[in-house]
Design a protein around this ligand. Structure first.
Ligand SMILES: *Cc1c(COP(=O)(O)O)cnc(C)c1O
Length: 363
């Protein structure tokens, strides 16, 4: 039998072409090149071009590399908020983003919903002095999505605040109009199916101007990776520090492969696989969908609540069939299953998974 298929929401199963590209990287000696070399600049430029095409990133938005998405939480707050940020919180990741703001000494407003629930726009009231609105588009801990239409509505209602979007577990599936937001970021070990240790931060001029304004006024915007420094270096296809060159290389290659496959094909397959998984959860004797509101159900991280056995027991049974779904997050560790639905996961795997979920009874 093959190795286990990781349906965990991050790290997840590697994208199918990663082993080949790892060999290619060794052949090209990618791990030994200088990050100031012409070769590195070519790798950087190539990866950015592929990402722009795949994700529809406009030319006037900067594409920057960090160590991870967790880092970008801090970068956004340091470079875009003098006093006041606003946070939509409905799970562990959005909560941490909020906590970073508190730790950095910002006045952080929190709009908290119980886990498993989305936000109701008519109940939102953001103060006029709020400088940044922080949205977690796909709350990976609970499988709740923030519909892009709601993000656009926020933009319309609060045009003066910077709007930043954590899309770690929904790209490249997510289709979003960048002109309606100021920043979006992700880590590569989820939807892109790469080894962990690289974040991508997409930022517009407006956010850069805010950082420059803060700097000019003597405010701290960080050291090694302040936004103006990152943008300056990126203009010459470089990073301030020695970056994760291998992962930047792999990301470009995988994005190119995904472009060849077609981003619309990937999106359609994602929707199909999600429909299979949710239907199986509805039919299962052991599980039920955690997120009730259809509008707020994530298509890329599907969460089921267990009715009578623990997650560890259920997962160990799935493992016998070569499938490794994730357990619940935090306090839901024993009572929930999280299933990643990323581009690397095939329709065949989802047919098998959904058949199992539908028919498998532990008693
Ligand atoms: C995984 C995840 C992060 C953190 O990513 P790291 O690579 O661990 O920094 C942040 N936000 C969301 C929504 C995530 O799923």
């Amino acid at each position: 039998m093959n190795h286990l298929c990781y349906l965990t929401p991050g790290p997840s199963e590697l994208y199918t072409t990663v082993p080949d590209h790892l060999r290619g990287a060794l052949r090209e000696n990618i791990c030994s090149i200088s990050h100031r070399s012409k070769k590195f600049k070519e790798v950087f430029a190539f990866t950015v071009v592929q990402l722009r095409q795949l994700m529809g990133i406009p030319e006037d938005y900067h594409v920057l590399f960090t160590s991870s998405a967790t880092e970008v939480w801090e970068r956004c707050l340091q470079n875009g908020v003098i006093h006041h940020s606003y946070h939509f919180v409905n799970g562990a990741f959005s909560k941490k983003f909020y906590e970073f703001a508190v730790q950095l000494g910002k006045k952080a407003s929190i709009n908290q919903m119980p886990e498993g629930q989305g936000f109701l726009l008519e109940e939102i009231n953001i103060a006029p002095d709020c400088e940044m609105i922080c949205v977690t588009q796909n709350e990976t801990s609970t499988g709740v999505a923030f519909p892009v239409e709601d993000i656009y509505a926020l933009r319309k209602q609060y045009p003066n605040a910077l709007l930043v979007v954590d899309a770690v577990s929904s790209v490249p599936f997510l289709e979003i109009d960048y002109t309606q937001i100021d920043s979006l970021f992700f880590s590569v070990q989820k939807g892109f199916g790469l080894p962990a240790g690289l974040g991508v931060w997409i930022v517009n001029e407006r956010m850069l101007e805010k950082a420059v304004h803060m700097q000019k006024n003597g405010l701290s915007i960080g050291t090694l990776r302040s936004l103006p420094l990152m943008v300056k270096m990126a203009t010459d296809y470089q990073t301030p520090e020695t970056p994760n060159v291998l992962n930047i290389y792999l990301l470009g290659k995988v994005a190119e492969d995904m472009l060849r496959r077609g981003v619309q094909t990937i999106r359609q397959e994602t929707l199909l696989k999600a429909a299979l998984a949710y239907q199986a959860l509805e039919d299962s004797p052991e599980l039920s969908p955690f997120v009730e509101s259809l509008r707020h159900r994530s298509q890329t991280v599907i969460v089921g609540s267990l009715k009578r056995v623990t997650a560890a027991e259920y997962i160990s049974r799935m493992r016998e069939f070569g499938l490794e779904p994730g357990s619940g997050y935090g306090s839901f560790k024993n009572t929930q299953l999280r299933i990643a639905n990323f581009p690397t996961h095939s329709k065949e795997q989802f047919y098998q998974l959904s058949d199992l979920i539908r028919t498998y009874s532990m008693v």
